[in-house]
Each structure stands twice: as structure tokens, then as C-alpha cells.
Design a protein. Sequence first.
Length: 247
Amino acid sequence: MKKNKRAAIVGVPPLAVVRQLEAEGAEVVDLDMPMAGVSLERAADCLPKVYCAILRTVVANAVSMQPGRIFIDVGRGKCDGAVHVATILRHILPEVEVIAVENHDREPFGTPRCVTKMPLADKMQAITKSVTTSAAHPLFATCRATAGFWGVPPRDFSLLEFFPDTTHVFGWARCMENKTPDNSQLEEFFDPEIPTVFFTQSFCAKSALARYLASLHPCALAVDSDVAVGNSGRAKIQAFLELNGVR
């Protein structure tokens, strides 16, 4: 039987794992990202609906794709929920090798996309895609920030459409590009000089940190969304940015 060379990742695996997969010539896919044609209902038998939509996406994608291996970050750089998801995947996908890893990398890779001028949805897409490669980041010019987005990449990228191209990215998304996902000092950093939206997925433990940091910021809005951002969430973000002179 031909060995399944498709390898999947969850979170930000250690750089050594990424380099190993590149050396093997493996096809690397990111289970955190929604995939065309894959319904969240595929995860309904394993995870409650009142659960992080990203981890539900991971399970739905894994069940649909069934890669040869899944490398899942179960350390501080991801979340406690990832540990339980790894256990569940081992039970429901006995033919798939589920490998728990912890990313304790400390070498900074840089965050050029986070601070460049680019549509925020494109910027976030590029940041998430960068975790699948060990290649050095391309060079990007730094722009003067007019708004901030702190947090994790949302499942629904449409909520990013209200932000200007001059939005700087902070929080765990910045840790992703830096390839140091459990760098708490970097995750907690924000710019108090610019209006900033602090975002988390609903039912995520990071919402506590988001709301606390937002309380320290002089011009902040803390929001969360589940699978898709609703009209209320869109309206809050749009009004917050417009009221603070962000175009």
C-alpha cells in the first residue's frame, strides 16, 4: 500500500517538525483553516456545538481528509482544548498517526506582515499560511498604523473587511508569524496609540486575556464570534472604527 504522505498540522508546530516534513517532501495542510466542502457537522459526534469553532473545524477537516499524520501543538502555544482534541482524534481515526508536540521555540522569525500595508484578510491569510514553511519571511515595508487587530485569526475572515490596510496585527496572530506561539510577552503586546479591536473565538480561554488587555487600552473594543460573525458583531466593529476616525 502506498504510504499517505499528506501531513496535517494544528496550531504552530516546532520549526524542527516543519523542516522534517519539508525534507520528506510531505504535503502539509493546516487543519485550523476551513476547507471547501467540509461541514462543521462532521465534528458533531465528537465535540459539543458550544465549543471553539476552530477546534471543531480541526476535527471536521481531519475526519474528512484523514491524512497520514497529524502534528498537533498541545502546549501553551495552542490551548488546553487541543490536548483533548488529540485524544479524540486518536480514538476516531485509528489509521491516522496523531503526534502531540509542544512548540517552545524562542528564535524570533520576525513579523513583517503584521506591520505592513495590506488588506487585513490577505494579511491574515498570509500569516496563517506561513506556519507551514520554514522559509524566511519576505521583506515588507512597515506602514504607519491607523488601527490594531489583537487576537487569533478568525474562522470567518469577513469580519476583517472593515479594517483599513494600515491595520497592525497583535496577539497570538503575531506570535504565529514569529513562530513562537507560547511567547506570552509578545502575545500581550499592543499599541495604546491606535484604536484596537481585541478578538477571540467564542468559548476560547483567550477571551479572558483579550478583555483584560482591552480594559488597559485607552481605545479598545473586545469582541468574540463563533462560527461566523453576526450582524451585531459587524456593526460593533464598524461603528467602533468609524467613531474613532478610522477609514
